[in-house]
Write a protein that binds this ligand. Structure first.
Ligand SMILES: [Zn+2]
Length: 547
């Protein structure tokens, strides 16, 4: 048995070394005469989003997310990027979730000093996400060091990054609003389109021009032969956003849209009809390649209407039992959405007035940022709130808690009440204390409203485990555990197909599936093929040629 484990570990190690060596070889080669893409995270998994786009040897990174899940394993993966940061020319950030932006401070600490492109709302939210993580890590390090000291153990663990690394990363972010096409390098244009996932979330639409085909061989000549200077292009000409993308001015003579390669990275794809944010954009020029997320590749969400009915039922049950509802929630978007819905239900008198606590300093900060970016709101939010000079994120029954003392005081208060607290997968943060204090009482309800990655405490609760470890101690799960999936910020597989059908796919050559667990991706891949969309499941470190 022991030998089997050792040999299994050896095989894994060998495989990892092989991938790393392959990557090193690719870097050492220097210039590629083609466009290639490979994934350093979110390949056959849902965290650690990191994709490298190589254009004739120049490297562009799309997202720089942290791995989450099994602590020690995630920590190791987060410390070792497996490639040199100084090779990267630019970073493009699709949105502010930790699994997409969480390692930007590490990248900067390790020597990356280039631009990080993001929408203004993403910049602001990413700043609080990175900072929050740095603070949690610093506190963890302090706590664990003290514990080790008591036992006389040696303690060497250090946080992945510090607050000053976050400040450095923030300083490298260059804001690009939605629908503002711009050159980020010679022959490389970037345009953000609304992804409808969270505030500021964007599809990164990358157009690589000058990839001319040899008229005789039909092959690309590789590095651009365009004589136009970068600066000339940057300030003088613009690509139109109509179908088939017409290039105007001098560029029309020099560049032919057929010579462009257009790559669409969805980041995370949102849903139609979500509150606050707009629906996912469908007005992009036709892409040649799509890197498509697949988190819910094998699942369908309940309808929003049924979900609201479920929420009403759960709140009423807690009121009858005088219990507490603990809702582990992402501090960004989900917390604001829950407040939005509860506000609506109280207004409509579908639920009685009940104290609601948002216990998360990060959620409080995020709410402030939501208020700063009305340019991201959908028409319904404008209609319901802005036009009536109302605050979409505040009402009488709501208390926002930031101090630790106020948070602890909630333990002593009697139900009924609703406590919304981060983090969403129950891996860190104040929600752990609320779970530890309330999970043993059958009058209470734990309401799960987000995606729970494998091996997280949230997933264990969702899977119905009767005993769970919280902050190092074992607890019996006596409280009801309820799940509402309809609040998901990710499209389900039917919604993803619907979106694909709405966009211009006249040039589409291949869809690359990323950001999904194996089962979900296999199901989704088959489903897309049955519906006429060729696709490939991206493997970690494997090289994909885009020509
Ligand atoms: Zn996301």
């Amino acid at each position: 048995m022991c030998l089997t484990i050792i040999s299994y570990n050896l095989i894994i190690k060998e495989a990892q070394n092989f991938c790393k060596n392959q990557l090193k070889k690719l870097f050492n080669k220097g210039r590629f005469m083609a466009i290639t893409c490979y994934s350093l995270g979110a390949a056959e998994e849902v965290t650690g989003s990191k994709h490298i786009l190589e254009i004739d040897g120049r490297s562009f990174m799309i997202d720089c997310g942290a791995f989450q899940g099994k602590r020690a394993e995630a920590d190791k993966k987060n410390r070792d990027f497996g490639f040199p940061p100084e090779k990267i020319e630019s970073v493009i950030l699709t949105h502010a979730h930790y699994d997409h932006c969480g390692l930007l401070p590490v990248l900067v600490k390790d020597g990356y000093d280039g631009n990080i492109y993001a929408t203004p709302a993403t910049r602001d939210l990413a700043n609080i996400v990175m900072m929050d993580s740095a603070r949690i890590q610093a506190r963890d390090a302090e706590y664990l060091a003290k514990q080790a000291n008591k036992k006389g153990d040696k303690f060497t663990w250090k946080p992945l990054f510090t607050e000053s690394d976050c400040a450095k990363a923030a300083n490298q972010i260059v804001c690009v609003s939605y629908n503002r096409n711009m050159y980020i390098a010679p022959d490389v244009q970037l345009e953000f389109f609304d992804a409808g996932h969270i505030l500021g979330s964007a599809f990164a639409f990358i157009t690589v021009s000058g990839q001319k085909r040899n008229r005789i061989t039909g092959k690309r000549d590789g590095v651009s032969s365009t004589s136009m200077s970068f600066w000339h292009k940057l300030f003088g000409f613009k690509t139109s956003k109509t179908k088939g993308s017409v290039v105007t001015g001098e560029a029309a003579i020099q560049n032919n849209p057929d010579d462009d390669i257009r790559i669409l990275y969805t980041g995370d794809l949102g849903r139609i009809g979500k509150p606050i944010v707009r629906d996912p954009a469908v007005n992009m020029p036709a892409p040649d390649y799509i890197f498509l997320e697949s988190t819910y590749g094998n699942r369908l969400h309940e309808s929003q209407k049924l979900a609201i009915n479920d929420l009403v039922r759960i709140v009423r049950r807690a009121i009858d039992r005088k219990g507490k509802i603990i809702i582990p929630s992402f501090a960004i978007e989900r917390a604001q959405e829950l407040v939005y819905y509860l506000h609506l239900l109280v207004d409509q008198k579908r639920i009685p007035k009940i104290p609601i606590y948002v216990d998360s300093p990060m959620a409080a900060n995020a709410t402030g940022i939501f208020q700063l970016h009305p340019e991201c709101y959908d028409e319904e939010t404008n209609e319901a709130f802005l036009k009536h000079h109302k605050n979409p994120f505040g009402f009488g029954e709501l208390t926002t808690i930031t101090s630790v003392d106020e948070s602890k005081a909630l333990n002593k208060k009697d139900g009924p009440m609703i406590i919304i607290s981060a983090d969403g997968m129950c891996e860190a943060g104040r929600v752990l204390h609320h779970l530890a204090n309330n999970i043993g009482n059958p009058n209470n309800i734990v309401l799960l409203v987000g995606y729970m990655a494998e091996n997280t405490l949230g997933r264990k609760l969702m899977d119905g485990q009767k005993e769970v470890k919280i902050l190092g101690d074992l607890y019996k799960v006596q409280a009801d555990v309820e799940t509402i999936n309809a609040f998901s910020a990710h499209a389900d597989y039917k919604e993803m197909l619907e979106w694909l059908k709405k966009i211009d796919t006249s040039r589409l050559k291949q869809i690359y599936l990323v950001h999904g667990e194996k089962d979900a991706q296999e199901y989704f891949s088959k489903y897309l093929k049955e519906n006429g969309f060729e696709n490939t499941i991206v493997k970690y470190g494997e090289n994909y040629t885009l020509d």
